[in-house]
Design a protein around this ligand. Sequence first.
Ligand SMILES: O=C(O)CCC(=O)C(=O)O
Ligand SMILES: [Fe+2]
Length: 405
Amino acid sequence: MELPRDPIVYGPELIEDWPAFENWRIIESSSSTSTTRPDFNHLRSHYGHHVVQVANTKRRQFNEFERTERPLKDVIDSWVAGDAEGDGLYVKDWHLALQLEDEGGKQEDFYKTPEIFQGEYPLNTYYNGYTDDWMTHHALSLDPRNDYRFTYMGPKGTFTPLHRDVYGSYSWSSNIIGRKRWWLIPPAIKHRFHKHAGPHGPGEPEMLFDLRELSDQDALDGVVIIEQAPGETIHVPSGWYHQVENLEFCISINHNYANSHIIRNIYDNLLASLCRVEESIADILPLLKQRLGSEKAFSFTDGESREDIFCWEVEWVDEVQKVLEMDAGWALAVFWDMVLYNLEVSDRSSPPAPPELRPADDYVASQILPIIYDYKNRREWKVLGDTRATVLKAEAIVIAMQNDI
Ligand SMILES: O=C(O)CCC(=O)C(=O)O
Ligand SMILES: [Fe+2]
């Protein structure tokens, strides 16, 4: 089954049975009106002690907001007091489900991954249903403190600047309370939002921070603008840049996920980040070459062909991978480890998705093989020996998948 390639908004039936709806909101109705507001007392008493990431959306620092970490209760106090700082404070990327699990609670105490993302679409989550997510399961296998389940909370006016999601993954995001405005940029017109017009190098160009600052608002022609109502869920396609503004006090829950459908995008995104890193540290290259001259590190043999690898190449590749890891959050070794992990998943006793929810083997093979062939033409293929072993294992599995058909 093809996954959605355009943004989709789902109605409240997807999530209206979530405990968060019951517990996090206060609804006041009179004969003519009904207003809904966050139940700060409940949130404070249950989660006030959680140390959360807070972006001050009134204080920009280069391409990000000033970020601090503090107990949620302090942030709530600021909002309730209506003080000037509170106005700009946006609680983001809060791993609430993970934190609750640490305390003996569970995700289902406040929400359940919508069924549509569990079943027919081979989507997220292995938490409370089996789906085909290549990202979270693997991330948790490397670090049990890492997942891609987030809660967001912030007053009117707070916003998330233009970005695409981590690694180029998909996201779904549900509003418990409040309205959000989304600007979603189809990849074909993404260039209009580059920070600097004109040609750029091979790496991913820098993007505008806030598209509302564009002097030529005609650039917004073709941008998908959605006002997401309380209770609605939005699905963001892989690789689409987007910006999000809270039009009222908002609380939302979001997951990022990825799988074989978008593995090519994820790979391309990683390579674009790699190019950017290479550009940014290009000045060390002549120094490395000068220092290491024509010293040979080893010879690489691949069947018939044999090639010399030089010490400067090894140092260069290692340095780029190190910076990439800091910059993008991962590098080629972890990417290939994720691919192999998920290809081997059918051998595991608790795979993230049972076979009937995973795409057919020939589809998965058709997604992975071109990436392997691409990678085999790169310098990293020769230089990074451990990763080469991982890729070879992945290749053997994928070829067997094809032969089995
Ligand atoms: O709600 C927000 O502020 C950002 C959400 C977002 O970027 C996402 O779900 O991908
Ligand atoms: Fe996002």
